[in-house]
Design a protein around this ligand. Sequence first.
Ligand code: FES
Length: 576
Amino acid sequence: MVDDAERGLKKGLTSYGDSAFSLFLRKAFIKGMGYSDDALDRPIVGVVDTFSGYNACHANVPDLVEAVKRGVQLAGALPVPFPTISIHESFAYPTSMFTRNLMSMDTEEMIRAQPMDAVVLIGGCDKTVPAQLMGAASANIPAIQLVTGPMMTGSHRGERVGACTDCRRFWARYRAGEIDDQEIAEVNTQLVPGGGTCGVMGTASTMALVTEALGMMAPGGATPPAVSADRRRIAETSGRLAVQMAAQDLTPDKIMTQEAFENALTVLLATGGSTNGIVHLAAIAGRAGLKLDLDQFDRMGRDIPVLVDLKPSGQNYMEDLHRAGGLPTILRELKDHLHLDCLTVTGRTLGENIDEMPGGWTQSIVSRIDKPLYREGGMAVLRGNLAPGGAIVKQSAASPDLMTHRGRAVVFSSVADMGARVDDPDLDVTADDILVLQNAGPKGAPGMPEAGYMPIPKKIAAAGVKDMVRISDARMSGTASGTIVLHVTPESYEGGPLALVRTGDIIALDVPNRTLTLEVSDEELAERRKAFLAPVHDGCDRGYKKLYMDTVTQADQGCDFAFLIPHPSGSVPGAK
Ligand code: FES
């Protein structure tokens, strides 16, 4: 238990060399906002406000802050909102991944610097929840995650649409000449019909579900839509729980254990979750002192089927999953694969939380475990001479006929090179070729852009081809689909074998056997390596970009900064 002298406003006093004066001064300033001594003597719950005019996924944060405050006050404590960085996917240059670690450092340092006994983290858009959990794991004060919740779907000419699987689908149709300028402009106004996070099983939905499975979110908190009354009630509950967690000193290290991360990885696989989820879970686990073991994760994936019929692996949207009972419906099916005794933010176990949640009615979104949507987990880990450190493929969203494929590489040396040449009518490419993108990894772009969903060359798309094998060290939006190999490690910028591939080389992809092979001799690769030069980026000699380039780790370590990762005390998943 925490000493009373270390609670509330007395916590972490600013250093003036006289602690009584420090408290006197602190009280004087906060009283300037009208607080009474009674209010200031209460436990304090910080509320992280990530509203931003640039972030439609966080449009409801002001409402959620009010609901959290209500919950905190009903439980007898004082809520104090404060801002941190807010990141939106489409408003972050060069990429949102580039700034995720900055947000995690901001979150960690602000919850450590300011007096609070617990904190409610309000996030939602893709990078925000990982950043907040990374910061909370490092600061290790009682913390509960609240997400903004998914947006509702829109309607385009009678068809239900939502960001952002449909964004990509309509754009691909536009590129292929199937729809005209007027229709693409029309659908642009319907894809994001209101505030909230992308309504498919993209990264935001994935992170919401795995966070609830991890035990860091109020039960049932992952799926209520952003505009719903349920969402505000979860916010109020989160405020109440934060007060209880402060009293019990229920810190993240007691919740985010090896078994809890295994639960989160199980849900990642069973939902056909975003490939970004594995990078973010590696980073969060890394902060908790656990190293992600990709081979154990792959082994786990062979036993966990995909159960959730949401785009891009399936057909539905998050609002449908919420009506089907949300995560508890999924967890009930997965019970035999979960550690039900893991402690959660409620102070009870995951198993106890599941038993208390409503559910069990007939629904068509979550399959029974004996009748899954896809026999194996959503992701597979590939290894071979092209990816000695591993690569990821989202097999549940890939084309079955391309899972075993041998083809000629067509290489793009950077994202810019791809943009300049992919639609060139003279590009020597066929549908059987394999598109390879270099220098799009954590350092190569930099910021590991979601460029792994490489466009099908226009002349091939126009012939009706919907998928090709694509390989890169980039990431891919969780809302995208296709036979796409991602996160090739080590990345090409670091001199990984991906950097040595040349147009015309033969590559063999074998997902069932988990291999990715560049059919070029070791001698030839050694010759090519002698000529390797990493690209030079501008502006790397100062500021955050220098910090990023000097310290960012590879995808298998979650692209966290090396100096933020403690020495690991174990790995996850643990060996069976
Ligand atoms: Fe924010 Fe998709 S862009 S969740």
